[in-house]
Design a protein around this ligand. Structure first.
Ligand code: AMP
Length: 252
C-alpha cells in the first residue's frame, strides 16, 4: 500500500500550511507532492503537468517560502523589490495564478501583483511603484514595463515559466529572450509545460542548470473523447446540443 503524502510532511512553513487549510486543501496532488520538496531544495525544475493538476500551488508555495525571510511590513517601496517573476501565456491564466499566489500568501506580508496587456499601461504603474515581491505577468506587457523602466528585475531570485509550451507556440520566444536579459542569471528557474517539443528542450538548456525532471500523467484520458463538427445556425445551436446530450444519455 502506498502512503498518502500530507502537506505538512513537505517542509512548508506554518503560515503557508495555514493558507492551504483555509483553501480547503487536505492532501497534495501528485505534482505538488513531487515538485514542492524539489523546488524547496533550491534547484531548477522542469515539470510536465497540465492545467487542473494543481501545478500553480506546486510552484507558488516553494516560491513564497523562499521569499519568507524577506517578508516585511515596511512602507518604503525599496523594501519590496520584485523577487519572484511568474510568466504566463495569457491574461486569464495570469489573473488566475496571481489570485492563487495571493491566497497562499495571505498569512504573510508578501505582496503580489498581476500585469497583462490589453489595458492602459499607466493604470499598472502606480501599483508597481508601491513595491511587490511576486509579479505575475504576460511576456509582452512585462517587456513594455521593462522598456519604460517602470519596473526592475535585477533582484529576481525565482523565475517561473508557466505553460511554457503555449508561450512559445504564441511566438513569445524573442520577448522571453529580452526579458531574460534584464534578470540575474543566478536564480532558480521552474518551468512548467504540458508538452516537450524541441523548442522547450532548447529553452530549458539555455535558461536552466541541471534541472530536476518531473512528469505527471494527465488525469484526463483523451483517447475516449470523440469529436464531431456540425455547422448549425445560432437559432438551432441550443436545441441541437440538447438533443445530442439526450441521445448520448439514453438508457440502453
Ligand atoms: P491548477 O492546475 O493549479 O490550475 O489547479 C486546479 C484546481 O485545483 C484549482 O482550482 C486549485 O485551487 C485546485 N487545487 C490545487 N491543489 C489542490 C489540492 N491539493 N487539493 C484540492 N484542490 C487543489
Amino acid at each position: 500500500m502506498t502512503e498518502t503524502v500530507q502537506f505538512d510532511s513537505l517542509g512548508l512553513a506554518p503560515e503557508l500550511l495555514r493558507a492551504l487549510t483555509d483553501s480547503g486543501y487536505t492532501t497534495p496532488t501528485p505534482i505538488q507532492a513531487q515538485a514542492i520538496p524539489l523546488a524547496l531544495a533550491g534547484g531548477d525544475l522542469m515539470a510536465g503537468a497540465q492545467t487542473g493538476t494543481g501545478k500553480t500551488a506546486a510552484f507558488s508555495l516553494p516560491l513564497l517560502q523562499k521569499l519568507l525571510p524577506f517578508a516585511n511590513n515596511g512602507a518604503s517601496p525599496a523594501k519590496h523589490p520584485i523577487r519572484a517573476l511568474v510568466l504566463t501565456p495569457t491574461r486569464e491564466l495570469a489573473i488566475q495564478v496571481e489570485e492563487s499566489v495571493k491566497a497562499y500568501a495571505k498569512h504573510t506580508p508578501l505582496r503580489s501583483l498581476v500585469v497583462f496587456g490589453g489595458v492602459d499601461i499607466k493604470t499598472q504603474t502606480p501599483h508597481l511603484k508601491t513595491g511587490v515581491e511576486v509579479l505575475v505577468a504576460t511576456p509582452g506587457r512585462l517587456l513594455d514595463h521593462i522598456e519604460q523602466k517602470t519596473l526592475q528585475l535585477n533582484q529576481v531570485q525565482v523565475l517561473v515559466l508557466d505553460e511554457a509550451d503555449r508561450m512559445l507556440e504564441m511566438g513569445f520566444q524573442p520577448t522571453l529572450d529580452a526579458i531574460l536579459e534584464s534578470m540575474p542569471t543566478q536564480r532558480q528557474t521552474l518551468l512548467f509545460s504540458a508538452t516537450y517539443p524541441e523548442q522547450i528542450q532548447a529553452i530549458a538548456k539555455r535558461v536552466m542548470t541541471n534541472p530536476a525532471l518531473i512528469k505527471i500523467k494527465s488525469t484526463h484520458d483523451s483517447s475516449s473523447i470523440e469529436q464531431h463538427f456540425y455547422h448549425v445556425s445560432d437559432d438551432h445551436e441550443r436545441m441541437i446540443a440538447l438533443r445530442m446530450l439526450l441521445l448520448q444519455y439514453q438508457p440502453e
